[in-house]
Design a protein around this ligand. Sequence first.
Ligand SMILES: [Fe+2]
Length: 233
Amino acid sequence: MRTGHQHRATIDRRAGPPHSKTLGVVQENDHGDERLLDKEPRERSEAPRFGSHGRARCPEQGPTAREDERDVLSKVRPLANRAALSKDLWLERRFYKADPDQGFGVHLLHEEPDHSLAIFAVSWLPKRGAPPHDHGTWAVVAGVDGPEKNEFFERSDDRSRPGYAELKKVSEKVFDAGDVLAMHTGQIHSVWNETDAITVSLHIYGKNVQHTGRSQFNIESRTETPFVLKVES
Ligand SMILES: [Fe+2]
């Protein structure tokens, strides 16, 4: 459910708390060691685990639901940070595969049977990105490999015309490995890989964005259209 409010992005820079088994953060390696290891991605591994906090229901309208979403984001952000910094435990080579038509590759790591708590690894081709879009749910994005530029927008029209949307850019920020971007339902952003290498980020959503009816926006033509992804098999 979308809301009529826009919220600025909130950011944690490598600020993950000490490992908490009650939060079910990420897997430890065979030695119980959570060090960040700078080595090639594994061929096969298990997806990051986020436990029950991320399975909180998708918020509906109302102040209580908004507070619930803020609480969920505050819990998921540090978990995403730790997962990103522990990439050697889960990142696979195949997650770098990207679709040349789409400009990026979407790899589903996990979702609940009702499509809640969806986790994706997303790879971004050099000099490619995603247009301004929303998610139809809350979103937490953690940089895993390489910097990605995010631009943030607000609607400046009155939303009275279906399919019509005016956007105003309000800020931008580059998110590198370990940086975490948390977005409330309704937040609009774009992503761009300015580098010459494929970048990867970890995306966690309150609901699989293929099932939220979310939108993409064209600033020049002032249009709002469905944003449906091609997901890698
Ligand atoms: Fe997004």
